[in-house]
Design a protein around this ligand. Structure first.
Ligand code: ADE
Length: 215
C-alpha cells in the first residue's frame, strides 16, 4: 500500500515510520511511504504558505496555491483518494481503518497547520475528512501517523501473524469489544499471580475465561 503524505513538516514522520513494524513493512515492500513538503510548492518569493482569514478572526490559514499544486503533483503518481486530517472530520474507528486498507492500494493524506486550510481546497480536491478524536491538535501530522499506523495493521503481512488485527480490541471476532487481560512470565510478580486457568493448558477453559473478561 502506498501513502503520500503532504505536510509542512516532513521530518516529523521519520522517527515514527523508521522503527519497528512499519519499518519492516517498508523493507518488505508491503508499505511505501512518500513525504511531500507543501512549502516547496509555494510560488511566493518568500515561500509563504499562510495568510489571514477573510472576515477576520484569530490565527492564519494555509493558502490554496501551494496546497493545490502539491496535491495535483502527487495525484500524478497516486490515484487514491485524498484524505484531509481535521477535527471536523468523521471519527477514525477500527471499522473505517479496516475499510480503507481493504478498498485502496494507495491513499493521499493531507496535514493542515495553523487554523486550517482554505475551504476551496476541501471543495475541489478532498475526498474524505477524518478526525482522530474530539480535541484539537497543533496540526494534522500526528493524526496522519495515527491513521497510517491503524490502516497498515490491516495490510496482509504487516503484522507477524496475518490474522492478529482481526483478534484485537474492536474486531468482529471479539464482537466489537475490547481485549481481555494478558499475562506473561513470571507467574508471580510483586505478589500478583497469573490466573490459574491461564496456566492450566485447558484451551476450552482459557477461551471461556477470556470471553468472560472482555471489556
Ligand atoms: N488536526 C488537529 N486536530 C485534529 C484531530 N483531532 N483529528 C484530525 N486532525 C486534526
Amino acid at each position: 500500500m502506498r501513502f503520500d503524505i503532504l505536510t509542512l513538516f516532513p521530518e516529523m514522520f521519520s522517527s515514527y515510520f523508521n522503527e519497528s513494524i512499519l519499518k519492516r513493512a517498508q523493507d518488505e515492500s508491503l508499505l511505501d511511504i512518500h513525504l511531500h513538503d507543501i512549502r516547496k510548492f509555494s510560488k511566493n518569493k518568500h515561500k509563504k504558505v499562510d495568510d489571514t482569514p477573510y472576515g477576520g478572526g484569530a490565527g492564519m490559514l494555509m493558502t490554496p496555491q501551494p496546497l493545490y499544486d502539491c496535491i495535483v503533483s502527487v495525484k500524478k503518481k497516486n490515484k487514491g483518494p485524498v484524505i484531509f486530517m481535521t477535527p471536523q472530520g468523521s471519527k477514525l474507528t477500527h471499522t473505517r481503518a479496516r475499510r480503507f486498507a481493504r478498498t485502496n492500494d494507495s491513499l493521499i493524506l493531507l496535514c493542515g497547520r495553523y487554523e486550517g486550510i482554505d475551504q476551496r481546497i476541501r471543495d475541489l480536491l478532498v475526498d474524505y475528512e477524518l478526525s482522530i478524536g474530539d480535541y484539537v491538535l497543533t496540526g494534522g501530522e500526528l493524526p496522519a501517523m495515527v491513521f497510517a499506523d491503524a490502516v497498515s495493521r490491516f495490510i496482509p503481512g504487516v503484522l507477524g501473524d496475518d490474522d492478529s488485527a482481526e483478534e484485537d480490541s474492536f474486531s468482529r471476532r471479539l464482537g466489537g469489544r475490547k481485549e481481555y487481560p494478558h499475562y506473561t512470565k513470571p507467574a508471580k510478580f510483586k505478589g500478583l499471580e497469573v490466573p490459574e486457568v491461564l496456566r492450566s493448558g485447558n484451551h476450552a477453559k482459557i477461551e471461556k475465561w477470556r470471553k468472560k473478561h472482555l471489556k
